[in-house]
Design a protein around this ligand. Structure first.
Ligand code: SF4
Length: 93
């Protein structure tokens, strides 16, 4: 159902006729590790993940499996470089 509370307009499995059925009747904002992920979106209520209700849980046992800003190479997780920082680094090299 379409959320009409925190992530208004987002189709969510937890939204029911009686309201949000997720833990505590709401979803939770992104955590620091989510910074840079394309799935995070800013809503009038704050910045939330469009794919999961509680981002802290996605990071509690390691890297979030849906994160778009982290890529895995040979099983090793690497954060993508910020292109702006990379270009500044190359200017100083
Ligand atoms: S997909 Fe994972 S990393 Fe991206 S915003 Fe959601 S919880 Fe955070």
């Amino acid at each position: 159902m379409i959320c009409n509370s925190i992530k208004e307009g987002v189709n969510c499995i937890f939204m029911k006729k009686k309201g949000c059925s997720f833990n505590g009747g709401r979803c939770y904002p992104i955590v620091d590790s989510c910074d840079g992920c394309d799935i995070a979106e800013e809503f009038p209520t704050g910045i939330y993940c469009k794919s999961c209700a509680e981002p802290a849980n996605k990071w509690s046992t390691g890297t979030c499996n849906l994160a778009t800003h982290v890529k895995k190479e040979n099983g090793i997780t690497k954060n993508k470089l910020n292109p702006l920082k990379a270009s500044k680094r190359s200017m100083h090299a």
